[in-house]
Design a protein around this ligand. Structure first.
Ligand code: GCB
Length: 632
């Protein structure tokens, strides 16, 4: 693929300089010490690597949905992958004495999109594999006659996916939260076809995330599957955003694949009377740059424009908002003005299952809005594309991150490559969404040579792929030296925004009163990217009793945190952990019942006392976002 990723980025990432970062099995809530010096940042963009290059805006193309019921066989130990059972061949007996130990015809069915764990009681705890089969008709002759190409596109599948068409291997993918595609041109038969997908959600030490996560490892075809048809030469991707230094100027590029020089490309914004013509260079890209009297996108006014991109006979329509995001010293500037981020962390979970539909996503975003939030962190992985598009429409700023979470094996070259691919897939999918203001590259990773090199490379990759957004990471909060707090990490120079996950008053007691804390500024915008305590909805008790799981304790926890935060001018935003109680098998206390209970809401949406503390704080802080249509 032709992504301009710096050679030195890939080189630095590939070398795995220094000692191995220890992989760990358990979820670990507290930091470890040690902060070695960072290697020089790789800088020079130029070469490209073997990175994914997906068709952008699949919903805006000619598609054939494969969503719905799929036949499914559970293969908990992965026996069907080898040559012995070879379920992937998807054969049916051809002789009377032929015996096959698999068969989809009598199999159960599962809904796609949807996690497999919550669709059948027997699958609840499955960390293993499921074979999915979809039979569909396709007019391959028409495709050939019209000289078109077709791809099978997966919104996401957790975690490892092996895809087979009519008994032949097509390709594999790793990563549970980002899209991927395989070309099927010339492989689909006229008439009936059988697509087989083996999805394996076993956790692995070398995977991203690795073994220890504090959420439910929902497996399966969790997002939509579609066939996407495009002309032989088509608009593969485009990036159209406001120029960082001029709020009336749009700049970016359109990319036609396969590449050919001198092909005319047009970008139109009919509402503004814009019709911009350009020509591709040898790499298939055409530079775009035009001035227009734009109304800027913001949470208060989430203005989107209909944009039409055409070239080589292909046309794609999109809805794009234009806004700028930058940092100045310790501040974050949205459209040139300092912005206070009233945030909240979300997991992609609703009603005890993986959230997948537009309706699910709207419910989550409406809850965030009702809290008074103008900002959401999609913790700890990219949510569905529909979620991001809804945030664009509803005026919610996003921090989107990849699941580089805690115990990643940074010394492993394969692991580093997986992180790079996930980042490329996330940015490639969402870099035209105004809502996304920062790319998160990691959460709570322990400093070390291999980690520092790998994450610096990721930060540099993010800047090459998208120079218009901020790069952030969340860190374990600092430890106290008396009343003093100071965060340091060799990764800070590579980032625009620093996130501090602080749990004083929960995992660690406050050594001094919150009003007495002296927190030294990191010299960059700081977000309190996580803070929270657990309470079971409906349970009441003393506000100073940590081990009681009561709502009063959780509410008081937030009051104390806000007493500290209010005094810190360099804090540009706060993100309570977390909007709603979410499933996490590591949470074994009888009051947790397999849920992380740090939600401001219960898992069924009931508001705990802490919800009101946060909502009052947000109301007192800033103009409210557009709450049209949201229940108070
Ligand atoms: C964290 C993690 C988050 C956990 C949370 C907790 O620091 O980033 O994934 O769920 O703490 O509740 O312990």
């Amino acid at each position: 693929m032709r992504l301009a990723v710096s050679a030195s980025v890939l080189l630095a990432a590939g070398l795995g300089i220094g000692a191995a970062a220890a992989a760990q099995d358990g979820y670990r809530p507290l930091p470890s010490a040690g902060a070695p010096v960072l290697d020089a940042l790789p800088a020079e963009p130029g070469a490209q690597g073997d990175m994914p290059s997906l068709i952008a805006n699949v919903a805006g193309r000619q598609t054939h949905s494969l969503d719905g019921r799929w036949q499914a066989m559970v293969d908990a130990y992965g026996a069907g992958m080898g040559d012995w059972k070879a379920a992937w061949r998807d054969r049916t007996p051809t002789r009377r004495d032929e015996f096959l130990e698999y068969g989809f015809d009598d199999a159960v069915t599962l809904q796609v999109p949807g996690d497999f764990n919550t669709q059948q009681p027997a699958l609840h705890w499955l960390e293993g594999s499921v074979w999915y089969r979809k039979q569909f008709d396709f007019d391959a002759k028409r495709l050939r006659r019209d000289g078109r190409r077709v791809f099978v596109h997966f919104g996401a599948a957790n975690y490892r996916t092996d895809v087979f068409l009519n008994g032949e291997p097509i390709g594999s993918h790793e990563g549970g939260f980002t899209p991927f595609q395989f070309e099927l041109t010339g492989k689909l038969k006229q008439g009936g076809n059988r697509l087989l997908v083996h999805v394996d959600n076993r956790r692995r030490r070398d995977a991203v995330p690795a073994m220890g996560v504090d959420w439910f490892n929902y497996g399966g075809l969790t997002r939509s599957v579609r066939l996407v048809e495009v002309p032989a030469r088509h608009i593969r991707d485009y990036h159209l955003q406001l120029s960082p230094d001029d709020t009336q100027q749009v700049s970016g590029w359109v990319w036609l694949a396969p590449a050919r020089a001198d092909v005319p490309v047009k970008v139109e914004v009919p509402e503004l009377g814009v019709s911009f013509d350009a020509r591709t260079g040898a790499d298939g890209r055409a530079a775009v740059s035009f001035r227009a009297p734009l109304q800027l996108w913001s949470p208060e006014r989430s203005r989107l424009y209909r944009v039409r991109v055409s070239g080589a006979g292909d046309t794609v329509e999109d809805e794009i908002g234009f806004r700028s995001i930058a940092v100045q010293g310790e501040r974050i500037l949205l459209n040139g003005e300092p912005v206070q981020l009233r945030g909240v962390n979300l997991h992609e979970e609703i009603d005890g299952r993986r959230a997948t539909s537009e309706d699910d996503y709207r419910r989550l975003l409406e809850q965030a809005k009702a809290l008074g939030a103008n900002f959401v962190r999609t913790a700890h992985y990219p949510f569905g594309e529909t979620f991001v598009r809804l945030a664009d429409r509803m005026g919610i700023l996003l921090w989107e991150e990849i699941p580089v979470y805690q115990g990643i094996d940074f010394a492993n070259a394969g692991t580093r490559q997986r992180m790079q691919h996930m980042l490329a897939e996330m940015i490639g999918r969402d870099r035209n969404r105004a809502a996304v203001i920062m790319w998160g590259i990691a959460n709570e990773t322990a400093p070390g040579d291999a980690r520092n090199a790998a994450l610096s490379a990721l930060a540099a990759q993010a800047r090459v792929q998208d120079p218009t957004r901020l790069v952030a990471a969340a860190f374990y909060g600092p430890g106290f030296h008396g009343a003093r707090l100071e965060m340091r990490d060799p990764l800070f120079p590579a980032l625009d925004v620093i996130g501090a996950n602080i749990y004083y008053g929960w995992y660690v007691p406050w050594p001094v009163a919150p009003e007495e804390v002296e927190w030294i500024s990191p010299g960059k915008p700081l977000l309190v990217s996580e803070f929270g305590a657990e309470a079971r909805y409906g349970r009441h008790g003393a506000a100073d009793l940590a081990s009681d799981w009561n709502e009063e304790f959780q509410a008081e926890f937030y009051r104390r945190q806000f007493r500290m935060i209010e005094r810190l001018p360099f804090v540009q935003g706060t993100l309570p952990w977390v909007l709603a109680d979410f499933r996490s098998p590591v949470r074994m206390h009888p009051h947790q019942q397999g849920y992380n209970r740090k939600g401001l809401l219960s898992e069924s949406g009931e508001r705990k006392l802490a919800w009101h503390v946060v909502a009052d704080f947000y109301r007192s802080r800033a103009p409210m976002p557009n709450l049209e249509g949201v229940a108070p």
